[in-house]
Design a protein around this ligand. Sequence first.
Ligand code: CMC
Length: 430
Amino acid sequence: MSETAKIILEGKEYELPVIQGSEGEKAIDISNLRGLSGYITLDPGYKNTGATTSTITFLDGELGVLRHRGYSIEDLAEHCSFIEVTYLLLHGELPTAQQLAEFESKITEHTLVNEGLEGMFKAFPTGSHPMGQLSSMISALSLFYPKSLNPHRGEEAINRTVLRLLAKMPTICAMIYKKRLGHPIVYPNNRLDYVTNYLNMTFGQVSDPDYTPDPVIVRAMNKLLILHADHEQNCSASTVRVVGSSQSNLYSSISAGINALWGPLHGGANQEVLEMLELIKEDGGDVTKFINKAKDKNDPFRLMGFGHRVYKNFDPRAKIIKKAADEVLEKLGVNDPVLEIAKKLEEVALNDPYFIDRKLFPNVDFYSGIIYRALGFPTDFFTVLFALGRLPGWISQWQEMRRDKEPIARPRQIYTGEPPRAFVPMDQRK
Ligand code: CMC
């Protein structure tokens, strides 16, 4: 007989099924608990709650393991292009050369965005945060493709939306960058691969058709995007699934994911890390002072880029990024004093009992900003790059939720407010 869990409530025993994942993780299936006993489980922040079963990504926070569809993040980052990993996440298998060529070719059919979308930039106030612009633009795409509003139109229609999103996201990200500078938009060049095309639209100029990004930069960007491609049921992926579970269209679900990612405790941390490192530098470079601030419970300051809900040993992505940061800075001949501060901060924190006891280690965002800066991106643009990388993960999560016919996400609560009371007319209120 398969394993079960027993729970005793008010003297009555209930037997609940135990689910086991393919990597041996175990869960007590409580989906019928309320029906059987009237009890729900309570878990703010879902620290101990599995929201779904999934075949996309496996991670072991204790061992620092991250795998997509069974392949290690180390192998994928070393050997694949971002678009190959995108195919893997979406289709479950690595593509053959022919499948990859077809996939890339289909994406290039959709890289242009409707000129009407450009009109939205006139409405954004000067200095608008790029993440707010990105989520608005992605949401607006659904208005240009009204047929996409119905997620039941069949696989072909969904696949077209998936291709449109993958194709238009780099174009829109580059438009946001160019508009910020007041420069003319560089249109997509469909002869270029996905990442080179994005870099061309961002750092190329209309007046310089011969611009080609340095291969070192193309490689680094591919790696960074791969490292962000998916991370199972994180805050933004869960948001995408929750929004999608109401049968909202894919564009609006992704737009919601972008907004969730924006927060400083999630993807927004990469911007915050660099601002923190700058602050420490301008303050004289005393990292211990800031470590002490982070440890002080009366001080809201946190060491940005440190800690993770799931990784409690090390973040494998941070290891790869740290190495890539060294390589990129050396190749580009950049000597960034902020990198020295980051290294010092890491060293001091990793030897401090506060951080050791709480298992707080540098996460993916700690070093990514240093590379983005070396590549020439402004600080408030970093989270847009995270979103560009995370897009295939969000889409895969949305697709899985839809194909598995998951019910609308609707958590319960324990009400702790006022008991019933008599209505008080306006003239008797104090
Ligand atoms: N600096 C100082 N103390 C911290 C930090 C930090 N960065 N992170 C956690 N702690 C402390 C926290 O105060 C708490 O201490 P105590 O037990 O004494 O109350 C303990 O460590 C546990 O923290 P928590 O907030 O309960 O842990 P969580 O799992 O809810 O939060 C986190 C995870 C990532 C939100 C948090 O570590 C954090 O705020 N880190 C900084 C923001 C950051 O870098 N976010 C990017 C995450 S990686 C990118 C991504 O995938 O989104």
